[in-house]
Design a protein around this ligand. Sequence first.
Ligand code: ADP
Length: 399
Amino acid sequence: MKVLVINAGSSSLKYQLIDMEDESVKAKGLCERIGMEGSKLTHKVPGKADYVEKREMPTHKTAMQMVLEALVDPEHGVLKNINDISAVGHRVLHGGSTYTESILVDDNVKKVIRECFDLGPLHNPANLMGIEACEANMPGTPGVAVFDTAFGMGMEPYAYLYAIPMEYYDKYKIRRYGFHGTSHMFVSGETIKFGKLPAGHQKVIVAHLGNGASVSASIGGKCVDTSMGLTPLEGLVMGTRSGDIDPAVVQFIANHENKTVDEVLNILNKKSGVEALSGISSDFRDLSKAEAEGNKRAALALASFKHRVLKYIGAYIAEMNGCDAITFTAGIGENDAALRESICANLSYAGIVIDPEKNKIRGKNVEISAPESKIRVFVIPTNEELAIARETVRVAGLK
Ligand code: ADP
């Protein structure tokens, strides 16, 4: 059984065709510059040279048509017929407070995705275009919406409500949602499976450390807290996002620099984080290199990033009254062994002991803690596409 996973952006469409028999990727690719000049499709099949097609893609519907053509093409295709695709899984950013789980797409689901345009203005309209493009090209093939916010819906009101007048929640559903939910769900689930964590000992903290970064706490796979909020701006110091900040900073900058609130928010989202602190880059490889060469601001940015990660991990250990496993994932979490070691060194109070040799292993699930460690520590590569494909099979009732 094959599942097509779609991640539609405003001018892009990423896809992966996954064979659910062995969860292998049969083909994947990207349509770029949809609706602009110079649009192109890059289609990759394992073991073959990349196929690139430059053709106009005025809409997501045309882009989707090209993807399907590529998938059944006699030369670079991997399917005989598009009917061999059993279902399509769609990454959707925001399900508002309506959807706590993935759901089979119908008119009502599309209506809710539309109602959430306000909450996810950059992603939800594009995600809906992706859904409609598939419906137009593959009528009859079930689609499943997998929401990035669904995992965070596990939080209790005391964790998700902001302490602001309740009317704003009642009117606009302003609350903490949390993002990277599909990754946190996948990685916390894999931690339980891979680590064989017994029932009753499944308090897991996941540190998803990428360009966008967040930490989650879950018990038995159910989220109890997560660091992102109404938007992905809250929480950790990120590549270009400030993370937690006193909202009065917004007022101060707006007044003193004669900027609108939107302009200041743009600065907090796109011109802050480790990039602003370092003055060099948002990329951790650049920062580590600069720090090694003695650059003080790169060192400051990295220290600040680590400080905030530790604050959240410490808070979540306290919130859950203990923790059974901490798992690192995403670009930085999976690759930056020095950072992991340094974070864990600061958790020795909680009895964490890292095995430096295991901490060097890359590219696969690995337990990096020593046998005597009181909290087990893992590195588990995230795989949001596979998580979406698994959800699609489950929700579409294909198994
Ligand atoms: P996103 O999906 O949010 O764009 P990723 O999960 O791809 O982010 O992570 C990107 C980050 O991972 C970048 O800051 C990059 O520097 C970092 N990264 C990738 N490889 C390494 C590495 N070997 N060492 C340190 N950081 C790395």
